[in-house]
Design a protein around this ligand. Structure first.
Ligand code: AMP
Length: 465
């Protein structure tokens, strides 16, 4: 199928040909005909699938026919969770719409000066791209006329939900005409998103394209609950001493943390270096060359710096800090398992990160199984339940370090780690419920543990034989 087969306006075809696109992507093939036919659409598609063009091309196609309604307000409204995404969408609209006459694209984003936005909104607007909070301010001040609005797009609706914007989205939708066409794009179409769609969309067509799930299939995802920085450092040390680890990328939340951690690892004798956005291009290239030719075993990086790194020998990705966004989790762990090789992605998380972990799992559609390393168990252990989110932990008695700790004859990480994830396994089967005795059966010293009230709790965690 070609773009010509999709019956898009010639001016749009011209722009996409100039952009170098030769054929529509799967999401574009499926969504564009439904949208041109006037249907509401809910689609699961992630960044990188061509989802922006999937809604922007039919939106522009609509704009090729003049509106019958006298108004200067937007005809297309796109809501996005972040400013960065809004700017990308605006750029795409300008790129694909450049051969159509009079397409004015305006972005209304939080953190930008109001007077400038007021000026932009006083002119005729065809496409308005906005983050929900700031747009509500302008609506409440009566600065936006939605009389001629024809299409409302909710881009990355799951992220808007996660970030608590859904009420704002609903308020905005209520301010637009009932006759509008509504589109919802989300990484996954699950229960929560279904509820939003049921409120805002009319008999939508559901479109699902292969997600990143398939891409992650050769990556084993593991989770280690951690108590504090010192616990994280001990776990990292253990993982890096595992012989099956050829090369690793360790992700930290900030550039400063990346520098500090790389320095510490270097001081401990690891061939480690940092990679982040504060380094100039020459320094970055030098570090990447060292990684490629095997001179570096551990790269400590931030999200932005590590995008696009393609090194076949990266056997492990370690999330020393969890990424802020689920999408970054996928980008990060995709640095391992390159070219069909098997990879391991290990994430450190505190029990407070449960909600965040659920979001990541919702995004990837995969459970991340929790592991322990004997002697390096978390003091604060989460208690699981089979169906719902991870719930509050019980506190166990603090124990001394394992006889293995600090000893190079420790069992290899792969052999020692035990899964005690109670939910579904990677294949979607039900696992054993978490009752401790089985799951924590390898506690090194066999001590009974106590719950937070100080009583013995043989149900929560195990003693060994
Ligand atoms: P998106 O998923 O919308 O973030 O798009 C990902 C990237 O794919 C963007 O850089 C687009 O410019 C590009 N793209 C979108 N559609 C196509 C296409 N049909 N052919 C080639 N590249 C495309």
């Amino acid at each position: 199928m070609s773009f010509e087969d999709l019956n898009l306006h010639p001016a749009i075809i011209k722009a996409i040909t100039e952009a170098g696109y030769t054929a529509p992507t799967p999401i574009q093939k499926q969504a564009i005909p439904e949208l041109i036919a006037g249907h509401d659409v809910m689609a699961s598609a992630q960044t990188g699938t061509g989802k922006t063009a999937a809604f922007m091309l039919p939106a522009l196609h609509l704009l090729a026919t003049p509106s019958q309604v006298r108004s200067r307000g937007p005809r297309i409204l796109v809501l996005t969770p972040t400013r960065e995404l809004a700017l990308q969408v605006s750029e795409a609209a300008k790129k694909y719409g450049k051969h159509l006459p009079r397409i004015n694209v305006v972005s209304i984003l939080g953190g930008m000066p109001y007077p400038l936005q007021n000026k932009l909104l006083s002119q005729p607007v065809e496409i308005l791209v906005a983050t929900p909070g700031r747009l509500i301010d302008h609506i409440q001040r009566g600065r936006i006329d939605f009389k001629r609005l024809q299409m409302l797009v909710l881009d990355e609706a799951d992220r808007m939900l996660d970030m608590g914007f859904i009420e704002d989205v609903e308020t905005i939708a209520a301010a637009t005409p009932d006759t509008r066409q509504t589109l919802l794009f989300s990484a996954t179409l699950d229960g929560a998103i279904d509820k939003v769609a049921a409120k805002l969309l009319k008999t939508p067509k559901r479109i699902q394209v292969a997600s990143s799930k398939t891409r992650l299939d050769n990556i084993e995802q593991r989770l280690h609950y951690t108590d504090d920085m010192s616990h994280k450092n001990r776990l990292l040390d253990h993982l890096l001493r595992d012989e099956s680890m050829k090369q690793a990328i360790v992700f930290t939340a900030t550039k400063r943390d990346a520098d500090t951690l790389a320095d510490n690892l270097h001081a401990q004798g690891f061939a480690a270096a940092a990679l982040h956005g504060d380094m100039n291009q020459r320094e970055r290239n030098r570090t990447l060359t060292r990684l490629r030719n095997g001179g570096l075993r551990v790269l400590v990086a931030t999200d932005v710096a590590a995008r696009g790194i393609d090194v076949a020998d990266i056997t492990h990705v370690i999330n020393f800090d969890l990424p802020k966004f689920a999408e970054d989790y996928v980008h990060r762990i995709g640095r391992t398992g390159r070219a069909g090789a098997a990879g391991t992605a290990v994430s450190f998380a505190s029990v407070k990160d449960s909600l965040h972990l659920s979001r990541i799992e919702r995004y990837t559609g995969q459970r991340i199984s929790s592991h322990i390393i004997p002697g390096l168990e978390p003091r604060i252990k989460p208690r699981f339940n089979n169906n719902g989110p991870r719930s509050a932990p019980n506190v166990t008695q603090k124990h001394k370090r394992s006889p293995f700790a600090g000893n190079d004859k420790r069992p290899a990480f792969g052999a020692a780690a035990q899964t005690h994830e109670p939910g579904r396994t990677r294949n979607g089967e039900r696992g054993k419920s978490f009752d401790g005795n089985r799951s924590f059966g390898h506690h090194p010293r066999g001590n009974a543990v106590r719950n937070s009230s100080g009583g013995k709790s043989s149900h929560q965690f195990a003693r060994t034989k």
